[in-house]
Write a protein that binds this ligand. Structure first.
Ligand SMILES: Cc1cc2nc3c(=O)[nH]c(=O)nc-3n(C[C@H](O)[C@H](O)[C@H](O)COP(=O)(O)OP(=O)(O)OC[C@H]3O[C@@H](n4cnc5c(N)ncnc54)[C@H](O)[C@@H]3O)c2cc1C
Length: 314
């Protein structure tokens, strides 16, 4: 079984999602080759080479891959897939974009958003906004998978794989990268954080939403938001949790002023414990939570933040 994993990286750092993808494919038996594509990505390649379960790291270092465009990466991958049975990426922004394009080029069916691997050709994936789990049997010679990283434990340990450059002849790019707009913040990565504090539109303003950020900072948590909060401009787009946002699987999710619409629940099914803070005891998220605090967030959140701050300082 030969496996090629497309590495996820951002701003010169290998993303923890890659470690989880390697954790997922480890169940297939063989060590994987990892492709690191981008510009000036030597450090990323070295980090990938140190992971266990990696046989070889191939590096495609070129300006054409700097923006991680699906067009460029799918073109690159299609030239490298000979001899591989599995081509795997995380179901993050890049993998989600690249894999369908690569699948079309190779004329195979991709299996997206895999949350469990049962042997060589059976994969579970959520459907109907996570309300049902479908088991897909894929017997194609080439299996293209995107992995929901939060569903798998990261591979642990040390490795020392060789790093080899990929020969990059004939790079043709049909897209031009113009600019990237980034929200700068130093909160932990939402997709892999152990604690997430999420807020809804009930905060009523971006200023009030800072309460969520303050509580998260005290707990060393990532900040999440509902789509309603994002649409209202209280939180940036990349904080959205849910069906059309990020999928999270923290040990603890604190959901404040969030009703628990199906589309939000689709993003938090992997959360191990949920605490809901809400005025409404009948809210779906209150019913689903392990612990619910019925009260006004404008009183509860500042009090909770101050109490935790004191306790964590002591
Ligand atoms: C195609 C599609 C995709 C979608 N994708 C997503 C997605 O990815 N993520 C997502 O989150 N949503 C998504 N939505 C939107 C989703 O349906 C809901 O509209 C949204 O999740 C509701 O957000 P909310 O909980 O902030 O607001 P509301 O549903 O308005 O809930 C507010 C909650 O706050 C409580 N509350 C109000 N005031 C206070 C107070 N002072 N103190 C304490 N509690 C208070 C209320 O009791 C209520 O439970 C999607 C919708 C569609 C149609």
């Amino acid at each position: 079984m030969s496996i090629l994993v497309l590495a996820d990286h951002d701003q010169g750092k290998l993303s923890p999602a890659t470690q989880r993808v390697l954790g997922a494919v480890a169940t297939l038996g063989d060590a994987a080759d990892v492709l690191v594509a981008g510009e000036n990505i030597g450090v990323v390649a070295e980090a990938a080479a140190k992971l266990p379960g990696v046989q070889k790291v191939s590096v495609a270092d070129n300006a054409a891959y700097a923006s991680q465009s699906a067009e460029a990466l799918a073109g690159l991958l299609s030239g490298l897939v000979d001899g591989y049975e599995y081509i795997v990426a995380s179901a993050g922004a890049v993998g989600r974009d690249v894999m369908p394009r690569l699948a079309a080029k190779l004329d195979v069916m991709p299996v997206t958003d895999v949350i469990a691997i049962h042997g060589a050709d059976r994969f579970d994936r959520p459907v109907y906004a996570g309300n049902a789990i479908e088991t897909v049997v894929n017997t194609q010679a080439k299996k293209l998978l995107t992995i929901r990283a939060s569903a798998f434990a990261p591979i642990k340990g040390d490795g020392q794989a060789p790093i080899e450059p990929v020969s990059l002849a004939d790079i043709k790019s049909v897209v031009e990268f113009i600019a990237e707009l980034r929200t700068e913040n130093d909160t932990p990565d939402l997709g892999t954080a152990q604690i997430v504090v999420g807020g809804g539109q009930s905060f009523a303003s971006a200023e009030n939403f800072k309460m969520v950020e303050k509580l998260a900072a005290v707990l060393g948590a990532a900040v999440g938001a509902t789509r309603a909060a994002v649409d209202a401009g209280y939180a940036p787009n990349d904080w959205q949790v849910g069906q059309t946002g990020k999928i999270i699987a923290p040990d603890l999710y604190i959901a404040i002023g969030i009703s628990g619409a199906l589309q939000h629940l689709a993003g938090i099914q992997g959360a191990k414990k949920i605490i809901a803070i809400n005025l409404d005891p009948e809210a779906p998220l209150v019913k689903l939570a392990d612990l619910a605090l019925i009260g006004d967030l404008f009183e509860v959140v500042p009090a909770l933040t101050a109490a935790l701050e004191q306790r964590l300082k002591a």
